[in-house]
Design a protein around this ligand. Structure first.
Ligand code: FAD
Length: 424
């Protein structure tokens, strides 16, 4: 009775019925496997919740170094003073209530052959299956002059927390008439439309609070996510406040000097009053030191189970994984976590994993009350992730304001839903 109730709820919540349809639920329920998850962000926290629901008798341990969950989605609104960091900050308490063992430590080493994870305290945990969702790390020093010390002067604000607040405070402290410069790295990076949503919201802040000021975006690319929609919004709302320069227009930042807040391209040195440098990225350190990342710095995975193709029994989800064309987003990390949890349950039950469909929707605010979105559907049936052509879509250009405000309302509903689904 209880099993079928769980199964119905899980199916409703996950929307990935084909994968779960064939598995032996009683076998999973009895599994006493040790399931360890490293990283309690959108991917890892979701994986922990769903693994505990699918395999209630398993020992599910989540290792997360931070004591609070701070969300990157909606953090661009904090930078524009439209929201507080407090509103981005959530507790892990419901995971503990669900029976998950939460360890607030850093995982420092993973030993594949002995299936152990070592923590900062020296304690080791053994696992039958390990899920890694460590997010991204920055490639310090690949952009000359940009290291951890420089980030205290020219914040990246690409991991939500003190950096978010620092960028917001610098904008607030800037004199009207100041120049804000944002540097955007080459792909792939976390949240492809994120820099342009941030630009829109900084544009709104400048227009309304510091109207003589301007934002210059220096981009290492010539095309970006939802480009026509952002450019339309900038022309409409911020013609005097946002300028974008792509790679072909000398937009690639080649070095920075934190002492003078100067960003240099091939042909120009630009002195900023506020500099937001979003550096090049790679998979979180623990993924790279545990041998699941390849030469690209990201982690190749089996498209159906998210099991590493380099190390058995270790699954990698979220930003750290190579799942293109799925973008590196919270939406993707959350859904990949659920699919991965199902497949681990399938494997625990001794069944064969089956292909699923995945999807992603990314909302971006163009003003605090207007948003645009892009959605995609992906299949994983042929050994790789691929877009389902004709599925998904993007907000229309030249749309009525009511469509943009309706999408902003949907974005807020999505945010509430994904936080609840991730943290319980
Ligand atoms: P994270 O959520 O970063 O989680 C990784 C966790 O692992 C962290 O909590 C970290 O502390 C922990 N960790 C790492 N290493 C260790 C270790 N060794 N031991 C213990 N713990 C460890 N996505 C959307 O879908 N929609 C949006 O609107 C959106 N907006 C964004 C706006 C901004 C400004 C940014 C920067 C990102 C945005 N994103 C958005 C992207 C989204 O935040 C990421 O894609 C998502 O967080 C990825 O989830 P993850 O689990 O891979 O990594």
């Amino acid at each position: 009775m209880r099993t079928s109730l769980n199964r119905r709820h899980i199916l409703a919540g996950i929307g990935a019925s084909s994968a779960l349809g064939s598995i032996a639920l009683p076998a999973i329920a009895q599994s006493k496997a040790n399931l360890v998850i490293v990283g309690g962000g959108f991917g890892g926290a979701t994986a922990a919740r769903y693994l505990k629901r699918l395999a209630p008798n398993a020992n599910v341990t989540l290792i997360e170094s931070n004591s609070k969950f701070i969300s990157c989605p909606f953090s661009n609104l904090v930078i524009a003073s439209e929201r507080t960091l407090n509103q981005q900050t959530f507790s892990y308490v419901n995971l503990v209530k669900a029976g998950i063992t939460l360890v607030h430590e850093k995982a420092t080493n993973i030993d594949g052959p002995s299936r152990t994870v070592t923590l900062t305290s020296g304690k080791t945990l053994t696992y039958d299956r390990l899920v890694l969702s460590p997010g991204v790390d920055f490639r310090w020093d690949t952009l000359e002059g940009y290291d951890e010390a420089a980030a205290q002067v020219m914040p990246h604000a690409w991991k939500a927390g003190p950096q978010t607040q620092m960028l917001r405070d610098q904008l607030r402290a800037m004199e009207d008439g100041g120049l804000v410069v944002m540097s955007v790295p080459p792909a792939p990076f976390r949240c492809p439309p994120g820099p342009y949503e941030r630009a829109s919201l900084i544009g709104h802040y400048l227009k309304t609070q510091k109207p003589k000021s301007k934002l210059l975006i220096l981009d290492a690319k010539d095309k970006f996510s939802k480009m026509p929609l952002f450019q339309e919004a900038w022309a409409k709302h911020y013609p005097d406040h946002i300028e974008w320069r792509g790679a072909a227009d000398d937009g690639t930042v080649t070095r920075v000097d934190a002492t003078t807040k100067t960003l240099s391209t091939d042909f120009e040195d630009i002195k900023a009053d506020v500099a937001n440098v979003i550096p090049p990225q790679q998979a979180g350190l623990i993924a790279r030191t545990s041998g699941v990342a390849d030469g690209t710095g990201w982690c190749p995975v089996d498209a159906i189970t998210f099991e590493s193709t380099l190390r058995p029994n270790i699954h990698v989800i979220g930003d750290a994984s190579i799942a293109a064309p799925m973008p590196k987003s919270a939406f993707s990390a959350n859904l990949q976590a659920k699919v991965c949890a199902i497949q681990i349950a399938v494997l625990l039950a001794g069944d064969a994993p089956e292909a699923t469909l995945l999807n992603n929707t990314c909302y971006s605010f163009t003003t605090p009350n207007e948003a645009v979105s892009i959605a995609g559907v992906y299949r994983n049936s042929d050994g790789a992730f691929a877009s389902v052509l004709g599925a998904g879509g993007i907000s229309p250009l030249a749309a009525d304001d009511s469509i943009r405000t309706a999408e902003a309302a949907q974005a807020k509903d999505w945010f509430a839903a994904i936080i609840a689904d991730t943290l319980g």
